[in-house]
Design a protein around this ligand. Sequence first.
Ligand code: SF4
Length: 134
Amino acid sequence: MKKAGSTQRRQFLKNSIGVLGAITLVGLSAHAEEERRRKKPEGGQAAGGGDPLVDPATDPMAKSTNYVAKRDDLKKAELKTDRQGVKFADQGCKGCMLFSAPSKKDGKEVGKCTLFAGKLVEAGGWCSSWSKKV
Ligand code: SF4
């Protein structure tokens, strides 16, 4: 019996060390990301201006949400519907609840989107997760 208890304690310690290691890695990763975002990129761009634009052709999230960089480029007619009382023609990233930190990149109006961490979406873009800014 004593041996079984010792084995359990050892296993518990191993598991605890694994969990602590994972928590530490997540914390360090989050800290590094926050530092990166806080630093102002060279060239005077606003924070986030150095992030790449979402590529609708290759980004998996863009594909799954039907993201387009320009709302009028959306091909699927069945998605061009009113949402939350807003006509499709008036929807766009700029008016979406998930859009933040507007800035400019390569002469384009861009911003951050909660769905695309570390990337930028175009203010005139759209995806099927569009939700009216309140
Ligand atoms: Fe644009 Fe909103 Fe979709 Fe993000 S969630 S890509 S801001 S429409």
